[in-house]
Design a protein around this ligand. Structure first.
Ligand code: PMV
Length: 345
């Protein structure tokens, strides 16, 4: 390309899976389908500045929250190697990657989904700057495809409000990229709330890369993968009917099953903390005593995502402040809501 330099900027959100992805094949192909809510407030903002160069190596600098950062470089190097075949200009430019998160660093909130999707979107915009014409549909598909190669769950952060990834019989889908859920969604799920309770901000002992690998030869792997298909079919019906009780049941079962897979791996491990269980028990009690539809889900960590419909916003937030923040590190929590996906800025 004759373009010498330029810059692009995207913001991309995190997402929280309702049906969990845990276990993958070669090339970041998931062993089972997953579906997630896209978030709004938890996001990464990335500016990518590109400058033409003569050498044929990968060349990039990373600035995280204003400071040059070496720690992210190996992950990005691996990402570049994986996507090189699909991004022909990758060796022709030097890239300055300036990135920041709206949530605190080392909050235990995985920034890989928002971070990798933001970077993938920036690279897509560079490709457009350099003269490639994409329909917005193809642009999103390819951005999600690239994001998947950075971090599997990142492919679900491009669009909102519900995104499916992984071949299945219930919804339009692909193993290669996330697709906006094409089924009917009841108004009960409009502006669904997610309050993230920061139970443990430390680095987790077992990375998701290692966790996925432990699903190879796992005694319950095949049943688990089959269950994800069944749960997706059930969830699809629930999303259409608005049956919140069944929603709660599927979502909590998925969270506990994810952690059950970790506990039954070899080697086995536990990512929940005592306060994770305290919070879960309080949520169950609150639900019973108040005829509430509040529920929890978990990522690969100790933090708890508290999910609830918009019409319970006031009462659940009161409950969280009164009874749950004592179990959070420094009382820290983040309120979020389902969102529409990444944005060019
Ligand atoms: O995207 P990864 O490889 O970090 O995997 C994350 C998997 C879970 O967050 C535990 C579940 C999911 O579907 O997001």
């Amino acid at each position: 390309s004759s373009v010498e330099s330029g810059s692009v900027k995207w913001e991309s959100p995190s997402n929280i899976a309702l049906i969990k992805y845990w276990g993958k094949k070669e090339n970041q192909i998931p062993e089972n389908p997953s579906i997630s809510f896209t978030l709004s407030n938890c996001k990464t903002i990335t500016k990518l500045t590109y400058t033409k160069k003569e050498t044929k190596d990968f060349s990039f600098d990373v600035y995280f929250e204003g400071k040059q950062n070496e720690a992210f470089k190996p992950k990005i190097q691996t990402f570049f190697e994986r996507i090189e075949a699909y991004v022909p200009f990758l060796r022709d430019y030097h890239f300055k990657i300036e990135t920041s998160n709206t949530f605190p660093h080392s909050s235990g909130i995985a920034s890989s989904a928002s971070g990798m999707s933001a970077l993938a979107l920036c690279l897509m915009s560079v490709e457009v700057d350099l003269g490639t014409d994409y329909t917005s549909e193809y642009f999103n598909k390819k951005a999600s495809f690239l994001a998947r190669l950075g971090s599997g769950s990142a492919c679900r952060s491009i669009e909102g409000e519900l995104v499916v990834w992984g071949q299945n019989e219930s919804a339009e889908s692909s193993d290669l990229y996330g697709i906006k859920f094409d089924g009917e969604v009841h108004s009960n799920f409009n502006n669904y709330q997610d309050t993230i309770l920061l139970v443990d901000k430390g680095e987790k002992q077992v990375s998701s890369t290692v966790g996925h690998k432990l699903m190879y030869g796992h005694p319950f792997a095949q049943q688990r993968f089959a269950q994800a298909h069944e749960n997706l079919a059930k969830l699809k019906a629930v999303l259409a009917s608005g049956d919140l009780q069944s929603f709660v049941e599927i979502v909590e079962s998925e969270a506990l099953t994810l952690h059950a897979m970790m506990m039954t791996s070899m080697p086995y491990f536990i990512l929940m903390k005592p306060n994770t269980l305290e919070i879960i028990n309080k949520i169950w009690k609150h639900r019973e005593e108040n005829n509430s539809n509040v529920c929890f889900t978990l990522d690969a960590g100790a933090n708890v995502h508290v999910l609830y419909p918009e019409n319970e916003k006031e009462s659940v937030l009161n409950f969280i402040k009164k009874e749950l923040t004592v179990f959070c590190q420094n009382g820290h929590f983040i309120t979020d809501v389902v969102g529409k996906g990444a944005q060019l800025i």
